[in-house]
Design a protein around this ligand. Structure first.
Ligand SMILES: [Fe+2]
Length: 170
């Protein structure tokens, strides 16, 4: 039986309704990985984008709890700067291609200036099926040197979340 978007949404909803993040993030990661490893799920939910359209698509937004399942499809390289997700957690899952992800360590948080200073902590490659949880405030930067397809689960729709002002010290 193929694993569908509805299945994934229901499984995540069961978790976020009854558990607190980040303690049960592993459970969400399990189901995201299950979706990524299902070729029909990837084919159906992460198709090529039309010329000029956004790489990001909200596939599902939960009206009760606010979490979102998003598909990101990049047809060319995509270099991300260090960022957090404001007050939201997120799960990144690689469907195809590779992401070189760097986690950053906060070295100075200057609330007066409104700036968070970071330095690189570790870099790792995310391959198809790999899933990673980023808790509230975790700073990371993705580098995609070739086309990729991803799933991203957001605790709340990140379109409506203010990100921190982050400066890298390398
Ligand atoms: Fe991110």
């Amino acid at each position: 039986m193929p694993y569908t978007l509805n299945d994934l949404a229901g499984d995540i909803k069961d978790i976020v309704q009854t558990n607190k993040m980040p303690d049960d993030s592993e459970k969400i990661c399990h189901f995201v990985s299950k979706a990524l490893m299902d070729p029909s799920f990837v084919l159906q939910n992460l198709p090529d984008r039309k010329e000029g359209s956004s790489p990001r698509e909200i596939l599902y937004e939960d009206a009760q709890t606010g979490f979102c399942i998003c598909g990101h499809v990049y047809s060319t390289k995509a270099i991300g700067f260090p960022h957090d997700h404001g007050s939201s957690w997120a799960v990144y899952g690689q469907a195809s291609g590779e992401t070189e992800m760097t986690d950053w360590k906060i070295i100075k948080d200057q609330p007066d200036e409104g700036v968070i200073y970071v330095k690189p902590n570790k870099t790792y490659i995310m391959k198809p099926g790999d899933v990673h949880f980023y808790s509230v405030g975790d700073v990371h930067s993705p580098v995609r040197k070739a086309p990729v397809r991803l799933l991203r689960i957001e605790g709340v729709n990140l379109d409506n979340i203010q990100r921190s002002n982050i400066k890298a010290e390398v």
